[in-house]
Design a protein around this ligand. Sequence first.
Ligand code: GLN
Ligand code: ZN
Length: 765
Amino acid sequence: MVKVLSSNLGYPRLGEKREWKKSLENFWNNKISEDTLLSETKEIRFAALNKQKEKGLDLIPVNDFTLYDHVLDLSVGFGVIPKRFGEFTNAVSLRTYFDIARGNDTAVASEMTKWFNTNYHYIVPELDQVEPKLLENKALNAYLEAKEELGIDGKPVIVGPITYLKLGKGADKADFASLVEKFVPLYKTIIEELDAAGAKWIQLDEPILATSLAKEELVLFEKVYEELRTAAPHAKLILQTYFESVDEYEAIIELPVDAIGLDFIHDHGESLEKIQQFGFPNNKYLAAGIIDGRNVWRADIQLKQAELEILTRLVPKEKLIVQPASSLLHVPVTKKSEPNLDQVLYDGLSFADEKLDEVVLLAKAVSSDAKEVFSELQKTELAVSELNRSEHRNNKEVQAEIAALDSISADRKSPFETRIKKQHEWLKLPVLPTTTIGSFPQSPEVRSKRAAFLKGNITKAEYEAFIDEETERWIRIQEDLDLDVLVHGEFERTDMVEYFGQKLAGFQATKFGWVQSYGSRAVRPPLIYGDVAFTETITVKESKFAQSLTNRPVKGMLTAPVTIINWSFVRDDIPKSDVFNQVGLALRKEVLALQENGIRVIQVDEPALREGLPLKRSRWEKYLNDAVYAFKLTTSGVEDETQIHTHMCYSDFDDIIDAISALDADVISIETSRSHGEIISTFEDYHYDKEIGLGVYDIHSPRVPSISEIKTNIERALRVIPVQNFWINPDCGLKTRKEEETVAALRDMVSATKEIRETYTILEK
Ligand code: GLN
Ligand code: ZN
């Protein structure tokens, strides 16, 4: 019998109950020693390795585990350590390692940024003037540890040289080739040492191949891998790509490695198409990523089997490896921690552990006679079809509405110029109106009251009375500050996505569905598992109450479809754009309910619009069209007089400004400070015709800005944006700030505004 191999690309670090996070944080807070940290995390690492072994996985990844971030591991191993943390000739201490990630009293942390299009953040290598030297071969240590202590002959996983260096910053990009040249010998040593230690497979992750690469970079790939090849006379090198299809398929399959790893999930069907069109070299292994490493649904096993059948006709079985399409870092550990979920939903789920079972099962199914695993296959097939057939996914009303989308106009009744006049008439706001982004400080008291309510220590009525009190207190504070457009403060929400998930049908929260976001920080995305439907008003009660307390307008506050979806695990049985529209339709009802209840300024936040952009530019247009449509579906039903705001907390706008404008929001507020003036220059070139607030102070630190500093920021913006279109607001929501600093900063903001208004009224006379 020919055996098809099963493999994994990386396992979650967090532990089933976030034990990893707890160990790290206990160490940072000096509650445990370094030895304890190391022994506790070793236990987590070993548990994961043993689990994978028991499942019968052939290639088990090692070196995927880390104490913070795998990219940082590589940087410190190469001595790529910013000078402000010291000079090192030996492996750095754990203190230094964490200092680079988190900063210390004298040196700021290295920047972190999103790992491709995921919600995982890596520490950006600082490559200016580097003279790399190998201080530590962590991959080797990980390999030897698993082999000697667990008898697991693992597959070391390392971020490959081109991806690693492309993700760094500070290097002379024009001389990328010589930068690469500096690192190749180090990579060679790592590989040589692994090869000598007996490693049979070595996985080099080059997800950069799934983006659009320049021709010279491809040439570089050939050169570099030619060299790396010589470092591994025995071990098989796997060139691993993920998160998309590869553009340069024909060149990539010819690279001098033993196996090519391709993504068959997020590739829009292109990986298979390319193999069919151009063939696959018969001297190489195909590592086929056919289980989704980034979502939580059980695979449609029949479909997967059929796909593998096709592959076995193009690649010999003995050269086929079945695996997840990416590391399982992006999914929670095991669904076994969720025993209380509805059975149909539970059966339809698959977290990391269950995905590995699917991988092993599929490898068996293609290796041998599928009859041997027939009952397993049938069981999983049944689970998926039951969920698909369940009432959750067959809400007749929602489906009828989606079918009739054409009958709904996604455009406002009148163009902006007409609307804004009507809005000005009733709003009667001064020039440079002031407002905030939505949330006010979630004080320890707010959090402890919520915890008490969730534990059942106080009643719902008591909790709600407390929220009302807090809202009223902040309405008075806002009036006292003399802000023009007020907010209710979002005290009832822990999280801007979770809150909507709790109130809309089709969502389910989990108890332990944590995934790492950065360092010890984890998020728990809700599951969008069914048809999304509006069942009750979501924000009306709180907004209406806040509005009843004041004569000034209070903004309603919603989270927009794309942000809700990007921060959730979304069902994959229907196109994502259908889910966008389902959420859009549900929120449209909420917007109309707000309007009906006297809320005539409504903000719909879309902070995740940009981060959801596809890796390949060729797919941007569809994504942006879908996103804009869903936003307009949400907001377009209102009267001209109702003012729609939106908010985004990033300012990398240049290339999507048309889409931003197409949202057709009457007012947009965006973060500004972190862009260091770039956003302002965007508006030099682009004539933005609607109202806009460029955040006038940074909310990411407790620092209270001075009046003159805020005035400078406002004046700078007014050089490119007409004063009658400009709004004054902080960069983002204030929920993480303390009350004292918030009030002080807003007071300065209002004072600065009033001083500038003076000069404008004088000028007008
Ligand atoms: N309205 C939200 C708040 O103020 C917006 C948060 C965000 O932009 N991420 O908290
Ligand atoms: Zn924001």
